[in-house]
Design a protein around this ligand. Structure first.
Ligand code: CA
Length: 231
């Protein structure tokens, strides 16, 4: 096993596939080849690759279809390999979730550089997710539950304890409408004796700090029912 990473080269031109395999092995990667589209898809789904080099024109299943289907279930980095006259395919490749593309014929140093970028990007994402604990999201808003922080894009949002609890409840029930009573008992407790309007007041505070400030709609009012947060 190589510790630099395991790469699958999906390419039906054996000369190119073999060349890539040797170059990657020389760089310390574990490199396997596959020349059939359908088999490639099965292997990507069954085995644990760190990166896929994916040709577009392949027998049985083309590279764009493979990329699209893999993306439904996996975020393994994919670099599309396209022929010079497949410009449209490049664009499609990125739209369906490829991380990068290279036009054939390509220079090996450039391909290796792009492979390293794609692998580093993935490692950073994994490390970040491990250290942040659970992250609740809606649109461009993220709540990092471990460190009690709310971010909209790159900006941090200051919330009071009750505002935070209310937002967390909405996020945990994303797309489900919550009644005022549900919110009241969950966030303020069953023994809360104050005004039930407190829910509406705090929804207003949240909207000022989120919807108004970032000019985006997060919290929706369902008239006569309650509130819901959704994408
Ligand atoms: Ca091909």
């Amino acid at each position: 096993m190589s510790d630099k990473g395991k790469i699958l080269i999906v390419e039906d031109e054996h000369r190119i596939a073999r060349f890539l395999q040797m170059e990657l092995q020389h760089e310390g990667f574990e490199a396997a080849t596959e020349d059939n589209g359908r088999r490639a898809y099965d292997r990507i789904m069954q085995e644990d690759y760190d990166l896929i080099l994916l040709d577009v024109m392949l027998p049985e299943m083309d590279g764009l279809t493979i990329c699209q289907r893999v993306r439904e279930l996996s975020d393994v980095p994919i670099i599309m390999l396209t022929a010079r006259d497949e410009i449209d395919d490049k664009v499609k490749g990125l739209n369906i979730g490829a991380d990068d593309y290279m036009t054939k014929p390509f220079a090996t140093p450039e391909l290796l550089a792009r492979i390293n970028v794609a692998l580093r990007k993935r490692t950073r994402t994994e490390v970040r997710e491990q250290s942040e604990g659970e992250v609740l999201r809606v649109k461009n808003l993220a709540m990092y539950t471990l460190r009690h922080e709310v971010m909209v894009g790159e900006e941090s949002v200051e919330l009071t304890k009750k505002e935070y609890d209310l937002l967390e409840m909405l996020l945990r029930n994303k797309r489900n409408v919550l009644t005022r009573d549900q919110i009241l008992s969950d966030v303020w407790g069953y023994d809360y004796m104050g005004d039930t309007n407190v829910v509406d007041v705090y929804i207003r505070y949240l909207r000022q700090k989120l919807d108004d400030r970032f000019d985006e709609k997060y919290i929706y009012t369902m008239r006569g029912v309650g509130y819901v947060i959704k994408d």
